[in-house]
Design a protein around this ligand. Structure first.
Ligand SMILES: Nc1ncnc2c1ncn2[C@@H]1O[C@H](COP(=O)(O)OP(=O)(O)OP(=O)(O)O)[C@@H](O)[C@H]1O
Length: 605
């Protein structure tokens, strides 16, 4: 039964929306009845949790306004409402900023109304949004920085009076995109060939590909980049380093036994202003294979000087300076359960991905040892950490930024009929297995597994080779301590006698899921979809061929080897961790399949 507060807020929202008592009455919105049990018109529920998840009133003759406050200020609604669909009515007024309190919204569809004013900036904080349709309204002004919503797949804003520049969207992620017939200006961000001019026409001041009119030369640069910088400027380190007014980067002696990151707690809190950073010279030795440098932060409050950043020098990060990292604009790329990821562009053009993990209960010394041990194992299919930083509250891990994205994105593109052929998929499987097997072998003695293996953590190098990122960032399940720090939601319940072997077999499970994604073209990230379960049910019905990605059959792919790889995947996702093979075994099974594939290709006329 839906609680009274929810019912009365819904009634208030719906009555404002309808602006006509007859519509409200006809829709059975009655505070004395239950929206889920008595089936109010337009309301969708999750009956098990007694919560309202959808509000769908398309072409319902509504002529009122959006009173988002009465809806979203009720926590029980804000935490459950995923879809608000009001297309094709006569709604007027604006979109109130309180809409962002409804944090679970995945679909906001308010196209074909008479809504007006500026779209609130708070819209850009709706991190779960996948579909946003504001088309055919009277919206004006600049768009909020919607490019920060990494999961956005559909953005429809055609036929409004929107102006300003188009945010630097990553068009790769979009299934639908349309901003035609508005007043947008400036250069169109790189659409990467995913959308044609029909998505942009009818904006006289817009220029560049895919429109015919090229941009004036001096305006070409930095338009969309500035947007990103404006939004994100200093977001990363500004928020990390409040309270610290002076930073000095100093070269330290090679021995780093005095690096005690726990000391610098006082220099750090989580609020948000920009630190002042006096310039200082620092160069790492290019001749040394591995050197360590630490940056020093001084807290005004405490006067404590403390070490912070450890740069693990490699050819790609030689010369990386902490101060440069601090000053570089940072763009938020993702905010997961366990940390946020930022893209940082240094002055020299070098790009880094900085992972910020909060509340990892590991001592600074242990963290440092852990990172250094991981760094000692080198494999071409594993992305090394370039630098790391530790305080009691948070850890920062700096990686090279990989512009070609992740396997997750590659597979998503495949769902949109972009080619990813069988041979490459098999190579991916073999390379990831090799990389993971090496890491497992070398780090088994100190029990460091990956901990969060999934296709978005498999990045693509510039040669489109896969590399495993974020190895070992997750605290392991300690047997005594029953707080599982990281367990991807798709994993089955596991009962293992050793936390270490549990972590390694979890990686094998994660790898099995990646294999299934490669083979089926379906993504495990889709909420509520249990890919291993689905595959097993199909295979048990002896419809094995049905599981494979249809696009694989357009080429001469060996069905036999696909089935062999599927069998490896099924072994990996065994619900019992003890039954799963080791990664070394998995890698050798896949290598054998690959050899067979190569032989068969060689034998072909
Ligand atoms: N070094 C990198 N270079 C380029 N893109 C990266 C890099 N590291 C991660 N990404 C991408 O940035 C996005 C956000 O990363 P993030 O790690 O926050 O997401 P996630 O893997 O879904 O979450 P989590 O790892 O916290 O479970 C992902 O799409 C990921 O593929």
């Amino acid at each position: 039964v839906i609680e009274a507060e929810v019912r009365s807020s819904l009634i208030s929202f719906l009555r404002n929306l309808a602006n006509d008592p007859r519509v409200a009455a006809a829709a059975d919105w009655d505070v004395k009845s239950d929206p889920c049990v008595d089936g109010w018109n337009g309301i969708g529920c999750d009956v098990r949790n007694a919560s309202v998840t959808k509000l769908r009133l398309e072409r319902f003759n509504l002529s009122g306004s959006l009173d988002m406050g009465s809806l979203c200020n009720v926590p029980a609604i804000a935490s459950s409402l995923a879809r608000l669909v009001l297309n094709g009515n006569n709604l007027g007024g604006g979109v109130p900023a309180q809409i962002s309190i409804c944090r679970q919204l995945t679909h906001l569809q308010i196209g074909g109304n008479k809504l007006e004013g500026k779209l609130p900036d708070s819209l850009a904080t709706l991190d779960n949004l996948k579909v946003l349709n504001v088309s055919y309204n009277k919206f004006s002004g600049a768009l909020p920085n919607l490019s920060r919503i990494s999961g956005l797949r559909t953005f429809l804003a055609q036929d409004n009076q929107l102006s300003g520049e188009i945010p630097a969207f990553d068009f790769y992620n979009f299934d639908n995109f349309n901003v035609s017939y508005n007043n947008f200006s400036g250069q169109i961000p790189d659409v990467g060939g995913y959308f044609n001019s029909s998505s942009f026409v009818g904006n006289p001041l817009l220029c560049g590909y895919p429109l015919q009119n090229s941009c004036p030369r001096d305006k070409r640069k930095g338009v969309s980049g500035e947007d990103v910088i404006m939004y994100s400027g200093y977001a990363l380190l500004g928020s990390v380093l409040v309270g610290a007014v002076g930073f000095k980067l100093c070269r330290k002696k090679r021995k780093t036994d005095n690096v005690d990151a726990e000391n610098n707690v006082s220099a750090i809190d989580g609020s948000g202003s920009k630190p002042t950073v006096p310039s200082s010279e620092h160069k790492t030795s290019a001749t040394r294979n591995r050197s360590e440098v630490s940056a020093t932060a001084t807290s005004v409050e405490s006067g404590v000087v403390s070490s912070s950043l450890v740069v693990v020098t490699s050819p790609t990060v030689n010369g990386l300076r902490f101060e440069e990292l601090l000053q570089a604009p940072a763009e938020l790329l993702g905010r997961g359960k366990h940390g946020s990821l930022y893209k940082v562009i240094c002055e020299n053009g070098a790009m880094y991905a900085v992972k910020r993990i909060k509340d990892w209960a590991i001592s600074g010394e242990d963290f440092k040892k852990r990172m250094q041990r991981i760094d000692q194992v080198k494999h071409p299919n594993v992305l090394p950490v370039s630098a790391f930083y530790s305080s009691k509250q948070e850890k920062l891990l700096v990686y090279e930024f990989k512009q070609n994205g992740s396997l997750f994105r590659l597979l998503q593109g495949t769902q949109m009929r972009r080619a990813f052929e069988w041979g490459s998929r098999l190579n991916f499987a073999a390379s990831i297995a090799e990389g993971l097997a090496t890491m497992h072998r070398e780090l088994r003695d100190i029990s460091i597994a990956h901990g969060n293996l999934k296709s978005s953590n498999i990045l693509l190098t510039k040669d489109m080779e896969p590399c495993i990122s974020e190895y070992g960032l997750m605290v392991q399940y300690d047997h005594q301590d029953l707080t599982p720090s990281i367990t991807p939601t798709f994993k089955p319940e596991e009962k293992s006698n050793s936390s270490a072997s549990r972590a390694f077999s979890s990686d094998v499970y994660g790898f099995g899921v990646i294999l299934l994604e490669l083979l089926t073209g379906k993504m495990v990230h889709d909420k509520g979809f249990d890919l291993p379960k689905w595959v097993l049910s199909v295979v048990q019905e002896e419809w094995t061929v049905e599981v494979f990605d249809k696009s694989l059959f357009t080429e001469v792919a060996s069905e036999e080897r696909m089935v062999n790889l599927l069998q490896v995947a099924i072994k990996c996702v065994n619900r019992s961790p003890e039954e799963r093979p080791s990664m070394t075994h998995v890698a050798s099974m896949i290598a054998a399949i690959k050899e067979e594939e190569d032989r068969s290709l060689g034998n072909e006329p």
